[in-house]
Design a protein around this ligand. Structure first.
Ligand SMILES: [Fe+2]
Length: 239
């Protein structure tokens, strides 16, 4: 399986605190059936210098990659989780933040940024710059007053969205997830793993839950979308 969202890089954000925890998380991922994983450290464009961010995460990534090469741990790839900002649609440096240098970008929103400006920025990013955003853990914005508009938008514009596997076990997200899974939105599953305690990988558990509650067809659709995107991003066959 492919995991599109994780904070496994050591000491770069609020994820793994050191290399020991990074390796522990990768072992847990392997046990969960994950074979390929995107390292997606938080990038907050208002607070952090882009070059500084890239140099820090690249060094952490190369170090972890070296330690995992020639092991049976999941293969790791570098990307980031970019927090939305108002001039996103006009930015010229987004390529450096894409997932494994692909045309896909993991975009984090807030409940308060969902408005027509966001929709214009996403369309400009995709249609003018050529980068398709993947909305990170869309269920987390369910209390935003324009959440319904966001769902309508991603559905109509075929913008892929990601769901945290662990959210299936959070009562608050029960209704939003039901709505999403019963819609035609392109849904991908990822872990957003931060540490051995905070949101540890549970893809298999979530997929079993989805199959039981929403049926095999629904589970297979999510697996297919996640695998398909994983292959596009990594250029590798995902089992
Ligand atoms: Fe995240």
């Amino acid at each position: 399986m492919f995991d599109i969202h994780s904070h496994i890089l050591p000491a770069v954000d609020d994820g793994a605190k050191d290399i020991k925890e990074s390796l522990e998380l990768l072992k847990m991922m392997k046990a969960d059936g994950i074979t390929h994983v995107m390292a997606t450290p938080h990038f907050y464009p208002q607070d952090t210098d882009l070059d500084e961010f890239l140099s820090t995460v690249t060094a952490a990534f190369e170090n972890l990659k070296k330690l995992t090469e020639n092991t049976d741990l999941p293969k790791i790839y570098l990307g980031c989780e970019l927090l939305y900002f108002d001039s996103l649609g006009q930015s010229t440096s987004l390529e450096k933040l894409c997932l494994n240098e692909s045309d896909f970008l993991l975009l984090e929103l807030t409940e308060h940024c969902i408005n027509d400006k966001l929709f214009d920025n996403i369309l400009s990013l995709r249609d003018e710059i050529g980068i398709t955003p993947i909305i990170a853990h869309i269920e987390r914005y369910c209390r935003g007053k324009n959440y319904k508009k966001l769902l309508k938008f991603v559905n109509e514009e075929k913008i892929p969205v990601h769901i945290n596997a662990a959210s299936f076990f959070v009562p608050l997200y029960k209704r939003p997830l039901k709505k999403l899974l019963n819609s035609d939105v392109t849904v991908l599953l990822g872990t957003d793993t931060h540490s051995c305690d905070l949101r540890p990988p549970c893809m298999t558990e979530a997929l079993n839950f989805i199959e039981k509650k929403y049926g095999t067809q629904c589970k297979n659709r999510i697996v297919r979308h996640t695998k398909h995107l994983g292959q596009k991003i990594t250029d590798k066959e995902i089992i």
